[in-house]
Ligand binder design. Structure first.
Ligand code: HEC
Length: 144
């Protein structure tokens, strides 16, 4: 009789162990699946269209701006990672004008005059750069 009970108990324990194992396994695998799905979803819906422009912006940034600017730290010119949080540049038109002709812009803008005093170098002008090109550079530096 005692022996029978112990067999039954053992059998139950084994079944419980299998069930627990299966439960843990299925939880892990569904979590993994969901994780991948989320990652792909976010990629395509949010970052993909921007990152194409940002990739173009990267090329322009490296060619035209990187000799004086770094995204994350100040160099010859200030770091560019947070320019979009700067109220001075919240009007994109201001930024276009500044980049095309900093010297002229400075004459009527105290903020950039102060920057020049701080950095001691005159920012280069880019008279031929287009609005789209500047937008792409902004996408790139703000995505980092
Ligand atoms: C010859 C060096 C040089 C180059 C090249 C250059 N900059 Fe600058 N930039 C500066 C300096 C120096 C300043 C700070 C103002 C000053 O002293 O003229 C500045 C300031 C800025 C600012 C204002 C930053 C702030 O904190 O408000 C922006 C935006 C900017 N540059 C964007 C660019 C972009 C975009 C390019 C490339 C298309 C570029 N710069 C190329 C030197 C440069």
């Amino acid at each position: 009789m005692n022996r029978q009970i112990s067999y039954i108990t053992t059998a139950h324990l084994i079944l419980a162990a299998i069930a627990t194992g299966y439960f843990i396994f299925s939880t892990i695998s569904t979590t993994k699946d969901r994780g991948t799905e989320d990652f792909c979803g976010t990629q395509s819906s949010v970052t993909a269209p921007v990152s194409e422009n940002a990739a173009y912006g990267k090329t322009l940034f490296l060619r035209k701006c990187a000799s004086c600017h770094n995204i994350a730290r100040d160099m010859i010119g200030p770091r560019l990672s947070s320019i979009m949080e700067n109220p001075q540049w919240s009007d994109r038109q201001q930024l276009y004008k500044w980049i095309r002709n900093p010297e002229k812009f400075m004459q009527t803008n105290a903020y950039t005059r102060e920057l020049r005093n701080k950095y001691g170098t005159m920012m280069l002008s880019f008279p031929d750069i287009t609005d789209d090109e500047i937008d792409a550079i902004v996408d790139y530096v703000s995505s980092r």
